[in-house]
Design a binder for this molecule. Structure first.
Ligand SMILES: C[S@@+](CC[C@H](N)C(=O)[O-])C[C@H]1O[C@@H](n2cnc3c(N)ncnc32)[C@H](O)[C@@H]1O
Length: 255
């Protein structure tokens, strides 16, 4: 008889309250995405428009398509799927990561997984080291910021104390006051932000830091600059794509 599949969420070390919150947020995000990705919907129309403007080099219509995209996404979670979030949680636990940066926070769902891992890893540290343990979260949409804070408050002590949210464009908010040795970075953000953000973080990455980036296969065009950079810096970056939906990039920084 085939063994029963493991319910991955039972491997998450969290209270029932936090697990219920996570389930609710995942369900909301999936429902929104189903609606968003309907064939012939607004997102499909905008993707086609962006591609067309890109190909023709028409910067005015490209900027217009980007504006419409930003408007459409303003109230959308676009959260990391549960299986990827659990992987990221266990990875951070395994790495004993306590200095974590999240590029792209939205309603704060993936941040909850990162904060659980950081809080649990920090419980082994002395008080001085514990003080520096945190997830630096980043978001520039005021509505999403308010909801993220609400969700972390609802999650409570296991989660909220381990998060520092930087509000605004992360290319600026991450430009100063970073931990001297970042253990882990999650890229779950619009692709044009990935390489500029990596360049901002690079001087503060620990040797052996792990970087995870979402949807590298489904958004391969958007990740082109990132790949070119990694390719040009092969001696520092080792990278492979994990077969999660859309492709999840696993990168080790080892200069
Ligand atoms: C894919 S969503 C993040 C989802 C989140 N990681 C989760 O799993 O719940 C990407 C987020 O990045 C934010 N974002 C896009 N460009 C940004 C920028 N320049 N600075 C800060 N946040 C940005 C968007 O508003 C959006 O909420």
């Amino acid at each position: 008889m085939a063994p029963a599949p493991i319910n991955a969420s039972t491997t998450l070390d969290a209270s029932e309250k936090v697990k219920a919150l996570l389930s609710r947020l995942h369900a909301n995000s999936l429902a929104q995405e189903e609606e968003l990705n309907k064939p012939g919907g607004k997102l499909a129309e905008l993707k086609a428009l962006k591609k067309q403007s890109d190909a023709s080099g028409d910067t005015t219509s490209l900027a217009d398509a980007q504006r419409q995209f930003d408007d459409l996404m303003r109230d959308k979670m676009i959260a990391l799927e549960e299986d990827k979030a659990l992987f990221v949680y266990h990875l951070c636990r395994t790495l004993s990561a306590t200095r974590v940066v999240e590029a792209g926070t939205s309603f704060g769902l993936s941040t909850i997984y990162l904060a659980l891992a950081v809080g649990q890893n920090a419980s082994r540290l002395d008080p001085e080291q514990k003080r520096t343990a945190k997830v630096i979260a980043t978001e520039n949409e005021p509505g999403k910021i308010a909801l993220a804070r609400q969700h972390w408050k609802e999650a409570g002590e296991e989660v909220e104390p381990w998060i520092e949210l930087r509000e605004g464009d992360l290319r600026q908010t991450l430009a100063s006051d970073l931990p001297s040795e970042i253990d882990f970075v999650l890229f779950d953000i619009w692709t044009p932000m990935v390489l500029p953000t990596l360049r901002v973080l690079e001087p503060s990455l620990k040797k052996g830091a792990v970087i995870v980036a979402d949807n590298v296969t489904s958004s391969a065009d958007g990740y082109r600059e990132f790949y070119e950079y990694v390719e040009a810096n092969r001696s520092a970056y080792r990278t492979l794509v994990l077969p999660y939906a859309g492709g999840l990039e696993f990168t080790v920084y080892n200069p």
